[in-house]
Design a protein around this ligand. Structure first.
Ligand code: AMP
Ligand code: ZN
Length: 112
């Protein structure tokens, strides 16, 4: 399977790591949309949030347990935004579930 983020997890493609545990990996986005822009991913391949089910939701829970720790480490005490894009209309470009964590400034009120 040809997956960019699986390749990052395997160390075949370099990344700027900010956090790692048994189930979760986080790294700086290569094209940041905010002063802090980190991608948080499960180590298991899940194609998008639309593929979450009871068989893999523990990996997603682990991601959400890691995010507050990551946010704290990155100094996001004033808040941040978590975004996940799904499919064509959602503008998902990498087909491995990832949560964008954006912050470090006042974010816009718009969602789209
Ligand atoms: P999405 O458009 O939601 O699928 O998000 C994919 C994100 O991955 C984009 O924000 C890209 O900037 C980011 N990205 C693509 N390639 C890399 C890479 N090699 N290292 C870090 N981030 C990447
Ligand atoms: Zn993958």
């Amino acid at each position: 399977m040809d997956c960019l983020f699986c390749s990052i997890l395997e160390g075949k493609i370099p990344s700027n790591k900010v956090y790692e545990d048994e189930r979760v990996y986080a790294f700086h986005d290569i094209n940041p949309q905010a002063p802090v822009h980190v991608l948080v991913i499960p180590k298991v391949h899940i194609s998008s949030a639309d593929a979450i089910g009871e068989e893999n939701s523990a990996a997603v829970a682990a991601v959400f347990e890691a995010i507050p720790k990551i946010a704290k480490a990155l100094g996001l005490e004033k808040g941040y935004r978590i975004v996940t894009n799904i499919g064509e209309h959602g503008c998902q470009s990498v087909k491995h579930l990832h949560f964008h964590v954006l912050g470090g400034t006042q974010l816009s009120e718009t969602m789209n």
